[in-house]
Design a protein around this ligand. Sequence first.
Ligand code: AMP
Length: 204
Amino acid sequence: MRVVLLGPPGAGKGTQAQIIAGQLGVPAISTGDIFRANVSGQTELGMKAKTYMDAGDLVPDEITVAMVRDRLAETDAKGGFLLDGFPRTIAQAEQLRDSLGELGHRLDCVLELVVDEDELVRRLSGRRMLVDGEWVQREDDKPETVRHRLQVYREQTAPLSGFYDSAGLLSRIDAIGAVDEVTQRAIAALEQSAAGRSDGPDAG
Ligand code: AMP
């Protein structure tokens, strides 16, 4: 299956992506994780991305799109994938559709995790990552940056919901609740969309 996980920062995309991808038997591909690994490794890509990330801005499409195209060409992603944090702009979504189309593929489902903004701010300000045995706050989880990231989401990423709805690919689920409850809703939505597709005019 080829799935995109859509949702604002703090919706739990990273956690759900790992679990759902494990159940589907496809790799979870997180652009945020790839960028962070490059920042830690001080690669050229990491150095280009860091200023945008620290400010809570999107890394420019030309950098991000090329990176994802390379990642999707790797062997483990040939049979399917779950994308977490990509696409984040309409331009990225169009590029993804075109590069999948060139390979004769298309997305199967876009799963949107829905969480209200007060809950997002609460979650992000309390979030910590384990780095070298210590719990640290991500630079971009500082309160001022969180507000900016949510604004960037509203302006640049939220329109993807309508984009994918028009393409008949969108399933929205309530992402408030225990992790395993949200996973169950996600899996049910994916099964429903797979069933819908096999009933539809394009079946086969
Ligand atoms: P995330 O871990 O998904 O919250 O991503 C952390 C940061 O990485 C974002 O705030 C952006 O600066 C950058 N980033 C991740 N994915 C993308 C993307 N698809 N387009 C542009 N920037 C991205």
